[in-house]
Design a protein around this ligand. Sequence first.
Ligand SMILES: Nc1ncnc2c1ncn2[C@@H]1O[C@H](COP(=O)(O)OP(=O)(O)OP(=O)(O)O)[C@@H](O)[C@H]1O
Ligand SMILES: [Mg+2]
Length: 241
Amino acid sequence: MSAIVVTGTDTGIGKTVFSAGLTAALQASYWKPVQSGLEEETDSQVVARLSGRPVLPEGYLLQLPASPHLSAEAEGVEIDPDSLDLPQVDGVLVAEGAGGVMVPLNREMLYLDLFARWTAPVILCARTQLGTINHTLLSLQALRGAECDVVGVVFIGEAEADVEQTICQFGKVAHLGRLPMIVGLRSETLASDLGEVQSAFPGGRSGADQPGGRSEAGTEALAQAFATHIDIDTIKKALQL
Ligand SMILES: Nc1ncnc2c1ncn2[C@@H]1O[C@H](COP(=O)(O)OP(=O)(O)OP(=O)(O)O)[C@@H](O)[C@H]1O
Ligand SMILES: [Mg+2]
């Protein structure tokens, strides 16, 4: 088995969408060690919907949408990093962190420490919006300080050629491509785009748990964007595939 870690400069920047594209492209399995926040579609559900690939059960499923250490404490749980070894799968495992690299798992350990323990190659996802140079360079410094093997940076959003180049130059890091914003990825958007929410899902089901059907549009759009924009060969090389 080989594993690859997807982390990012911040929360809500597109790690899960990228992970879904990567999981599909590598015909891999996906794992989210700690899911904080259960109100909306979980990261595992998004990846299952957009990749159609196997998704392993989370190590911890926590109600509160907050840093894992705080979500855990709110439920009287302590996250035990020893229980978060990479699960064994046939083929490749894509493991997604939460938020950014210096997010605490408990009062003693950051995600960064877990990544270092895993010794798996890491992809850093970064926004292209204002503020990203600082966030991305700091995240790279932290990853390297922990002796993580950084495969490169994936950008997400509208093209910002100079910004992307500046990051790669100062960060001495590979540019693994830029995933543009893709229309129709959210299950609710897809359903309402088609104007069928009520009739298709009278019990309130969204496209997220509808096998096949409208989720296929998002899957196809993501696979196409991924194939066009992401340097999968460099990622495969890092995994010795
Ligand atoms: N390439 C994209 N095209 C269209 N929408 C996107 C794209 N990337 C992310 N989004 C949207 O932005 C939102 C946040 O994305 P995502 O859940 O992937 O972020 P994240 O970095 O995984 O967040 P978290 O830290 O909570 O795990 C979602 O609504 C997602 O659908
Ligand atoms: Mg995510």
